[in-house]
Design a protein around this ligand. Structure first.
Ligand code: GDP
Ligand code: IMO
Ligand code: MG
Length: 447
């Protein structure tokens, strides 16, 4: 909405941007949350990550697995946007688009930032060989070349979407980036070199198809906000995988936190009204790295099987453990979460007593907050509180009162530990299978 302005009057009062971030190690159900909230906004922007993400959305019983595309792509009337902070594998992008379009989805509204970086086949090769060379210290990456592509970006030798439209610049950049990579691949890793001409042709084959989608997405999104429209930023990965705030080096190479979403979309922090943390009622992790509440017994197996905890991208079984209140509080702090969407409460149904981690013990010392030192975090032993479980089927609950008393108490304790209000509780994978406590859709519309 445009107001006639006086000098000194605040101009960006419309704060209709909302950001969603994972609060644990990924796969919290961000796709589902975006699908629900995204149905009521005008734009859904993916600000970080690439096809390492895997978001499951269940619409009318049909399952969709989104990787590079924002979950908003499934919602009619929403403009899905791939922001500048994303790393784009063009081959994977068009495969995904073709897959969705063959199922009747319309991807023609998709917009892609001209500043987004491109993932090349050489990034994937480097990802795989460096992992192999790390041996026991391997990160357990998704092998999609995400880390090497972000490394090129920060090294200032990356190739961006806009380079596709200037062939001589593209060739210069491909030559520049392959010079050092080929040395490394051939001499250190004993792999064949990549050919410059072949790589230029590889990128150019997608130019005409991507051309109509490319634009200045920061301008697009900010103009939309100026006009009173709403934007949802759907962070990939999660806080504990953030390259700055996560369990480094067992992290991804972007900033999947609320601040990172601003950078990765070109939307300033003053335009955000809600930062929503997505968190499972227990914890999972794929890949290597510390995980204090991890279970190695039949309880872990129970959570994995009941919660169908297998990766969308790599199909790896997810490591499973109890809810970690220290991680939850940390994620609220790093992201400034205004709300929590707790998913998968239904998976805990039938467990007699549910342990919840409220603090850590490291070498006899109690930590109520995230230890500052990585070594301490690696040695952290969870201090558990035991909460009574419930046996009633909760998948039909839609209001808090409809949950059994013990499930209500479990959620109250989780809210205390998160340190911010719980607004949604997921009780099943379907779009409508949620308990709604605060209707954020109404709040966003009121902004
Ligand atoms: P994302 O990467 O954060 O989008 O999450 P994933 O899609 O990788 O993993 C979350 C999984 O949990 C998916 O299979 C969802 O369908 C499922 N899911 C989401 N919310 C709920 C819920 O409340 N209950 C149950 N049972 N499943 C859920
Ligand atoms: P969504 O968006 C869970 C993990 C990998 C590995 C580490 C680095 O579905 O929640 P990368 O390939 O990014 O360099 O791998 O990060 N990882 C994820 N784990 N969910 C994800 O995405 C992930 N994306 C990356 O398993 O440990
Ligand atoms: Mg996932």
């Amino acid at each position: 909405m445009h107001h006639p302005c006086r000098l000194g009057e605040r101009k960006n009062e419309n704060m209709a941007a909302i950001v969603i971030n994972g609060a644990q190690w990924g796969d919290e159900g961000k796709g589902k949350a975006t699908d629900i909230l995204g149905g009521h906004v005008d734009f859904v922007c993916k600000p970080n990550g690439g096809n390492n993400a895997g978001h499951t959305v269940v619409v009318n019983g049909e399952k969709y697995e989104l990787k590079l595309l924002p979950a908003g792509i499934l919602t009619p009337n929403v403009t899905p946007v791939i922001g500048n902070g994303v790393v784009v594998n063009l081959e994977a992008l068009f495969q995904e688009i073709d897959g969705l379009e063959s199922r009747g989805a319309d991807c023609s509204r998709l917009r892609i930032s001209s500043n987004a970086h491109l993932v090349g086949p050489y990034h994937q090769t480097i990802d795989k060989v460096t992992e192999r060379f790390l041996g026991k210290r391997a990160i357990g990456t998704t092998g999609r070349g995400i880390g090497p592509c972000y490394a090129d970006k920060v090294n200032r030798i990356g190739i961006r979407v806009q380079d596709l439209f200037d062939e001589s610049i593209l060739r210069q950049k491909v030559e520049g980036t392959l010079r050092s990579k080929n040395e490394l691949l051939v001499k250190l890793y004993n792999r064949p070199a990549f050919d410059v001409d072949e790589m230029v042709d590889y990128f150019l084959q997608y130019r005409d198809r991507i051309a109509p989608m490319v634009c200045d997405t920061s301008l697009l999104l900010n103009q939309a906000l100026d006009e009173g429209k709403s934007v949802l930023m759907e962070g990939g990965q999660a806080t504990m995988l953030d390259v700055d705030h996560g369990t480094y080096p067992f992290v991804t190479s972007s900033n999947p936190s609320a601040g990172g979403a601003c950078v990765g979309s070109g939307i300033g922090p003053t335009r955000i009204s809600h930062a929503v943390g997505i968190i499972k009622a227990y914890t999972t992790r794929v890949g290597a790295g510390p995980f204090p509440t991890e279970l190695f017994d039949e309880s872990g197996e129970y959570l994995r099987e009941t919660g169908h905890e297998y990766g969308v991208v790599t199909k790896r079984p997810r490591r499973c453990g109890w809810f970690d209140g220290v991680v939850a509080e940390y994620a609220t702090r790093i992201n400034g979460f205004t709300d929590m969407f707790v998913t998968k409460l239904d998976v805990l149904t039938g467990i007699k007593e549910i342990p919840v981690c409220v603090a850590y013990e490291v070498d006899g010392k109690r930590f109520d907050h995230m230890p500052e030192s990585q070594s301490d975090f690696h040695h952290a032993k969870p201090i558990y509180e035991m909460l009574p479980g419930w046996t009633e089927d909760i998948t039909g609950a839609r209001t808090f009162d409809e949950l059994p008393e013990n499930a209500q108490n479990y959620m109250k304790r989780l809210e205390e530990l998160c340190g911010t209000r719980v607004s949604y509780i997921g009780v099943g994978p379907g779009r409508d299978e949620n308990v709604v406590i605060n209707d954020l859709v109404a709040e966003i519309k009121g902004c």
